[in-house]
Design a protein. Structure first.
Length: 108
């Protein structure tokens, strides 16, 4: 099945931003829990100042975000693009493409 070029463009942009953020934060696939916690805290503190909310209200969301970046850092470029494509598909694809994909899943 050929990939939808509009979905692929969205996926590429998301993957590119994710890679840039991984580099900015110095994230690696085998980071220690301590280092992950430090990044989570730093991001939560910065966002708390920006949004005028307590840091503790942001820790869970930042933990999820950083852990997703750690997982993404372990993927090849193609694997990351495929993952982002799957995530973006429902947001961008047309009804006919969605129906065809679902029919294909049912048949498999």
């Amino acid at each position: 099945m050929d990939k939808n070029q509009q979905v692929l463009a969205v996926a590429f942009k998301k993957a590119k931003r994710k890679i840039q953020r991984i580099k900015e934060l110095g994230i690696t696939p085998k980071m220690s829990t301590k280092k992950i916690d430090e990044i989570v805290t730093r991001l939560a503190e910065a966002k708390a100042i920006e949004e005028s909310v307590p840091v503790k209200d942001l820790l869970d969301g930042q933990q999820w975000y950083v852990e997703s970046l750690v997982a993404a850092s372990a993927l090849s470029g193609q694997e990351l693009l495929d993952k982002e494509y799957d995530d973006a598909f429902a947001d961008v694809a047309g009804e006919d493409e969605m129906s065809a994909l679902l029919d294909g899943l049912k048949a498999a």
